[in-house]
Design a protein around this ligand. Structure first.
Ligand SMILES: Cc1cc2nc3c(=O)[nH]c(=O)nc-3n(C[C@H](O)[C@H](O)[C@H](O)COP(=O)(O)OP(=O)(O)OC[C@H]3O[C@@H](n4cnc5c(N)ncnc54)[C@H](O)[C@@H]3O)c2cc1C
Length: 337
């Protein structure tokens, strides 16, 4: 059992919201630590490899596929990442399921080596602890204390929680930290669609046209990407996201059955014979469905405890980033840095 202390702020969740909040806090002199239960840091900015002796590496973005930068504050960050070679503009539109090209002049950005590359870049300058699931919070001896699954303890003057809201509310309840009814009500409304993702390593290129993305019709495909045409995968590698309805209806279905149904629906773009290998990933939380219209919630606790993340925005990378940034600014004000 280890104990990590002497921090001004502990951030639970190392997705884009937590990492950007941590960066801004650290830049202001706040001593900050980020913990995340995932194998790596990054949350729903997720990139995975499937290797094959003959085909080489298939690299898949299987969470967020691209992001917008409509807000000028966020655009500044994106420009910095572009300069550092971490991010590039992918496209201003994609094909629709009926084969038409739909361009709407809105820039969509991606990580040049996959979306996880953005969070790796941010995490490189921070004190981060992956594979660290917080199971309980307590306020003791004038400090927050977070206990992890493996019995480790992190103490800090303040806490920012960034997991999807249902997980955050569950952790607070388990810890005996209760919100006032009028604060809890809008947060309890926040919900997320589930999303089943299929990662398909192909023997030959898919039929998805340049730039490599297709907006689905939701019957049952929501989105498809050719990660090779996207420029992140050496081998032909396709990501298929199922619609919320299909994902909910097939949550407990056999993986082979899910793959079979998704490949049948995608047969116009990919031949079944070209499938070399595949994985199915089930996202319990993908896009949030309701926003409370504020970037964070501050609890009435003896020391600062703030909740944020994409549930506070409209469930997108840009919204999560802005929520994280606003939360950091609020904490800097509270801690008087
Ligand atoms: C399939 C899919 C497709 C998407 N497509 C797009 C898209 O194309 N464009 C777009 O803009 N957005 C998209 N999104 C949404 C986008 O990915 C999210 O809005 C954004 O990444 C959320 O960032 P976040 O930091 O708020 O949360 P997260 O990235 O979820 O980070 C929260 C972190 O908290 C950690 N955590 C949870 N509980 C604990 C605990 N008890 N202890 C420690 N750590 C914990 C989790 O492991 C996680 O890493 C998509 C999401 C999914 C899943």
């Amino acid at each position: 059992m280890t104990s990590v202390s002497n921090h001004h702020c502990l951030i639970i969740g190392g997705g884009i919201a937590g990492l950007l909040a941590a960066t801004v806090l650290q830049n202001s002199g706040v001593r900050v630590t980020v913990v995340d239960k995932g194998r790596g840091i990054g949350g729903r900015l997720a990139t995975r490899r499937i290797g094959n002796e003959q085909l080489g590496q298939g690299i898949f973005d299987y969470g967020a596929q691209y992001f917008t930068a409509r807000d000028s504050q966020f655009l500044q960050w994106v420009k910095q990442w572009q300069k550092a070679g971490i991010v590039r503009e992918w496209s201003q539109g994609f094909h629709t399921f009926d084969g038409a090209l739909k361009i709407d002049k809105e820039s969509r950005y991606i990580g040049t080596s996959g979306m996880r590359g953005i969070t790796k870049h941010l995490a490189a300058g921070l004190n981060t602890h992956p594979q660290t699931r917080v199971t309980a919070l307590a306020f003791q001896e004038n400090q927050w204390s977070a206990t992890t699954e493996s019995g480790d303890k992190f103490t800090a003057d303040s806490i920012i929680l960034t997991p999807p809201l249902p997980q955050t509310l569950q952790l607070l309840e388990t810890s005996g930290i209760f919100l006032a009814d009028d604060q809890a009500a809008p947060l309890q409304q926040i919900n997320y669609h589930t999303c089943i993702a299929m990662l398909a390593l192909l023997k030959s290129p898919s039929g998805i046209p340049e730039p490599g993305g297709v907006w689905g019709d939701g019957l049952p495909i929501q989105w498809m990407a050719d990660n090779q045409k996207k420029g992140i995968s050496p081998a032909p590698a396709m990501t298929i996201h199922a619609s919320p309805d299909f994902s909910a209806a097939n949550w407990d279905s056999d993986k082979a059955d899910i793959a079979d149904q998704l490949l049948s629906a995608a047969d116009r773009w990919v031949s079944r014979d070209s499938l070399a290998d595949y994985q199915i990933h089930k996202w319990r939380y993908s896009l949030s469905t309701v926003s409370p219209g504020m970037p964070y919630a501050q609890l009435a606790t003896p020391a600062p405890l703030l909740l944020t993340g994409d549930g506070f925005s409209k469930g997108r990378v840009e919204g999560a980033a802005l929520a994280g940034l606003a939360t950091a600014e609020k904490l800097i004000e509270i801690l008087d840095f």
